[in-house]
Design a protein around this ligand. Structure first.
Ligand code: NAD
Ligand code: 4PL
Length: 246
């Protein structure tokens, strides 16, 4: 398929995990991928694997200046952005008793503020072309209220609200804004925390058994990012093997 031929797609947090799987599928369907991550080496590796002259750019999405210079580079070199996938986030495992204001701010800075900064800058570029697809990676924890991640769940709830609000604000420019809520997924991030021990529990709640892999999440994201999804906006697609229904 070449649904993204001649399109430029920014994918944040694409050095590994779900972001990398999304970047690779967009690349395989013809997109020039701007692979954005704090991890420069990982971002570059993903870009090489994407083909189509894709590039890696190191950027902390929580830093307004870095987000601004990222967009200057993209506009200067490519003239625009067709797709933005907001995937970069911190995925913490922290008992409620240990959640202090420093932790809360650290999570909000990246997971909510970072998503805002990327939406702000990319949508200003998309508006000029009157075309755009924004897909926010949320989490099914906003429905389940999953333990040991209160700040994370709160930030993702904010991204959920932003998705609906931006769909309203940007509709006039033919920019759609949607979200995907993955369930627990087998990524490098999850494997490095006690979340990895929750697979058995969540599988009990899933009608479809087995562990979600990054490549299971990517097709839903890529569909919402595609030209054919032009009548879908302000929506959230849950991809968690049926763990929660809403
Ligand atoms: P991961 O931890 O494996 O990878 C996250 C990537 O984001 C890393 O490459 C990291 O360097 C990058 N990143 C983190 N902070 C950044 C910043 N400030 N600026 C730029 N890059 C930054 O994560 P994952 O498990 O693949 O999750 C990806 C997305 O999916 C996240 O939004 C997460 O909340 C969401 N999600 C994950 C799961 C899961 O179980 N893995 C479930 C639901 C939702
Ligand atoms: C069900 O988004 O959706 C653990 C860790 N369990 O990050 C998540 C579930 C985690 C999730 C998530």
């Amino acid at each position: 398929m070449t649904r993204f031929k001649d399109q430029v797609a920014i994918v944040t947090g694409s050095a590994q995990g779900i972001g990398k799987a999304v970047a690779l599928q967009l690349g395989s369907e013809g997109a020039l991928v701007i692979s954005v991550d704090q991890n420069a080496e990982g971002a570059n590796t993903t870009a090489e694997e994407c083909g189509n002259s894709s590039i890696g750019i190191q950027c902390d999405i929580g830093d307004p200046q870095q987000v601004s210079s990222l967009h200057e580079t993209v506009v200067t070199q490519y003239g625009g952005v067709d797709v933005l996938v907001n995937n970069a986030a911190i995925v913490p495992f922290i008992a409620w008793d240990d959640v202090d204001f420093d932790h809360w701010r650290q999570i909000m800075r990246v997971n909510l503020d970072g998503t805002f900064l990327m939406c702000r800058a990319s949508s200003d570029v998309m508006r000029k072309k009157e075309y755009g697809r924004i897909v926010n990676i949320i989490s099914n924890t906003i429905f389940a209220g999953t333990p040991n991640m209160a700040a994370y769940v709160s930030a993702k709830g904010g991204v959920f609200g932003l998705t609906r609000a931006l769909a309203t604000e940007l509709g006039a420019y033919k920019i759609t804004v949607n979200g995907v809520t993955p369930g627990l997924t087998n990524t490098e991030g999850v494997q490095s925390t006690p979340h990895k021990d929750a697979f058995e529990f969540v599988e009990m709640l899933q009608p479809i058994k087995g562990h979600n892999q990054p490549s299971d999440i990517a097709p839903a994201v890529v569909f919402l990012a595609s030209p054919e999804a032009h009548r879908i906006t302000g929506q959230v697609l849950n991809v968690d093997a049926g763990m929660v229904r809403w």
